[in-house]
Design a protein around this ligand. Structure first.
Ligand code: C2E
Ligand code: MG
Ligand code: MG
Ligand code: MG
Length: 277
């Protein structure tokens, strides 16, 4: 293809490749140093109980304060961190940091019952996962029952033996499990029971189309019914409008999260939101 375009096109093509390869290498090198330089930060987004609109928990969301590029969202660096395996040590930092923050909120009397932490499939597969959670629990003194690990359906598609063993150890520690972006992947319904899942989080791509007569109404209502009949909690992600909230409340969805309630915030701002409200 490139050759047919003649010599100039061909050169343009290779230069472009080199350019993006070079950017990727630079990003990888910076990512390796980011932990040492303490460039990662966690933001926290409120998790809201719909029956009384109380904030009952938070989800920790990772950001990278890159020295030149500014604050980068996870989608800009997590794929590379997964590819290089760096996600394992970054993830250990996230667990430790989030548990420490939760401990200090609980010590100060904030009534939060859930600390949600995202896990990539790479972390979930890693043999050190359970130990790193156990260590964070011991070092920070956070009650393990408040920790809710969010995994995607993809993470549960590994060999069944590995998953069962991993989950049994996590459950023995006392942590809870939620399926993130539920409905966007492939999960066998029997897994929900077999793996002792506690909560389904409805992907925000579904929640964005549930207003009057919109296409995702039946889908979301089916997920809520499914959760109810399996005795799982259910939470809607990406709630941005009152009309969405209205529909979700009518369905009996337990929890919601989204810009309608609050954007993800640095810990000091979340303090203010909870104590001021
Ligand atoms: P997620 O776990 O599904 O998190 C929800 C994402 O939706 C967050 O994006 C959040 O900022 C965004 N969001 C919240 N409310 C709304 C809303 O009302 N409208 C819209 N359009 N978006 C909303 P964020 O922070 O960019 O994170 C993206 C993804 O990166 C997360 O999706 C999660 O899969 C991953 N991630 C975040 N933190 C970590 C982490 O510490 N470790 C790992 N492995 N993955 C993480
Ligand atoms: Mg999540
Ligand atoms: Mg999600
Ligand atoms: Mg996700």
């Amino acid at each position: 293809q490139a050759k047919e375009g003649g010599r100039n096109t061909y050169r343009f093509y290779t230069d472009a490749l080199t350019q993006s390869a070079r950017e990727k290498l630079a990003l990888e090198a910076a990512l390796r140093l980011a932990l040492e330089r303490q460039e990662f930060v966690l933001f926290y987004q409120p998790l809201v109980r719909l029956s009384d609109r109380e904030i009952t928990g938070v989800e920790a969301l990772l950001r990278w304060r890159h020295p030149e590029l500014g604050v980068l969202p996870p989608e800009k660096f997590i794929p590379l961190a997964e590819e290089t395996g760096l996600i394992v040590s970054i993830g250990e930092w996230v667990i430790q940091e989030a548990c420490g923050q939760m401990r200090s909120w609980l010590d100060r009397g904030l009534e939060l019952s859930t600390l949600a932490i995202n896990l990539s499939p790479v972390q979930f597969r890693h043999r050190g996962l359970v130990d790193s959670i156990e260590r964070a629990v011991l070092e920070t003194g956070v009650p393990p029952g408040v920790i809710e690990l969010e995994v995607t359906e993809t993470a549960l598609m590994d060999s069944i033996g590995l998953i069962e063993q991993r989950i049994a150890r996590l459950k023995a520690l006392g942590v809870r499990l939620a399926i993130d972006d539920f409905g966007t992947g492939y999960s066998s319904l029997s897994y929900l029971r077999r793996f002792n899942i506690n909560k389904l989080k409805i992907a925000h791509s579904f929640v964005s189309n549930i207003e009057e007569g919109e296409i995702n109404q039946p889908l979301v209502s089916t997920i809520v019914t499914l959760a109810r009949s399996l005795n799982l909690q259910v939470m809607a992600e990406g709630v941005e409008r009152d009309s969405q909230l209205g529909y979700l409340s009518k369905l009996g969805c337990d929890f919601g999260q989204g810009y309608l309630f609050s954007h993800p915030l640095p810990p000091e701002e979340l303090d203010r939101l909870i104590q001021g409200g």
